[in-house]
Design a protein around this ligand. Structure first.
Ligand SMILES: [Zn+2]
Length: 315
């Protein structure tokens, strides 16, 4: 009983967020990327002893603290501002930025490890991550002769940052948190919303996290593939398991489910039916009956058969 109530609460929370996220979003527009196409010319390393090694640059909606030169910081803050505005555009109504989003940009892996050790006592390298306790996204520039921003992984982590930020929630349902991050990591600020939906599947076949469609194709219909109710009930620990195969499966399924909800008429219709019911003051427990999960599952599976499996690369 307790478990199913928790599940329902987490489902409702995610539905409300997702409804406001995707249903009434603006169409989006084409812009030029503020980032130089081939990155920035490299620079000599600076000595990093403490936080004072970070120079601060304010964008319109973000604060970039960095060891990189001023021009690099300005380009990145312009990119982050544009991404934020576009992300805001797919949200509806009450989407407000109450404080500037904080981004820490480090020039080298060693700098990342230095700060990671200071803050977390560990120096395990990750190209980017969102730190909930600092409310800060960290990203390390890649490349040698020329420095590049690892866009895909930054956008993934930054989506976590924005979802927490905009919903004001400490905890979000994990399938939704990861699914949305996996979906938005392919969002290209130089393309329109409909173009982005089109390229999402294509990009999910390659790139940094690019394994989702292949995993879906290899597991769909097999016992290990989780249905909606099991997927939505997965814990944070489940998503961070040491068993790579399971981790890939959970991320891929979450991506596929958010991809369905965010970019198909069927997904949106399902969501709007539920919102309408919620708005009418109907009992949530009555709205989210087992049949609701079953209906969602059926429509989602259809989307997988139609769009994801045909697009997946063959081994
Ligand atoms: Zn993530």
């Amino acid at each position: 009983m307790f478990q199913s109530r928790a599940l329902i609460t987490s489902l409702v929370g995610a539905l409300l967020i997702a409804v406001s996220l995707f249903l009434f979003g603006a169409g989006g527009k084409k812009v030029r990327s503020p980032l130089p196409e081939n990155g920035w010319e490299s620079w000599p390393p600076v000595e990093v002893k403490d936080e004072s090694a970070l120079a601060s640059y304010e964008g319109r909606w973000c604060i970039v603290r960095t060891t990189a030169p001023a021009q690099v910081a300005r380009d990145i803050s312009a990119f982050v501002d544009e991404y934020l505005v576009q992300f805001g555009g797919v949200f509806s109504g009450k989407f407000k930025i109450v404080e500037k989003l904080k981004l820490r940009v480090l020039s080298t892996e060693d700098e990342f490890k230095f700060f990671c050790k200071r803050v977390y006592g560990t120096d395990e390298f990750r190209p980017a991550f969102y730190s909930p306790n600092l409310r800060e996204t960290w990203v390390t520039l890649g490349g040698a002769a020329r420095k590049m921003l690892p866009e895909e992984v930054l956008k993934h982590e930054f989506t976590h940052h924005m979802l927490h930020f905009f919903t004001g929630q400490e905890r979000l349902p994990d399938w939704f948190n990861e699914g949305a991050a996996c979906f938005f990591q392919y969002w290209d600020i130089t393309m329109t919303r409909s173009e982005n939906i089109e390229i999402n599947l294509k990009r999910a076949n390659g790139g940094y996290f690019g394994y989702f469609p292949r995993v879906i194709r290899d597991t769909f219909g097999k016992p290990e593939f989780l249905g909606t109710q099991a997927l939505m009930g997965l814990s944070y620990d489940a998503f961070h398991t040491k068993e790579k195969k399971l981790e890939y499966l959970y991320y891929s399924e979450s991506w596929a489910l958010v991809n369905f909800l965010a970019s198909t008429a069927g997904g949106k219709k399902f969501f709007s039916n539920v919102t309408a019911a919620l708005r009418d003051g109907k009992e949530l427990t009555k709205v989210l009956k087992p049949e609701t999960y079953a209906q969602l599952e059926q429509a989602w599976y259809e989307d997988i058969r139609k769009r994801i499996i045909p697009s997946a690369p063959r081994n």
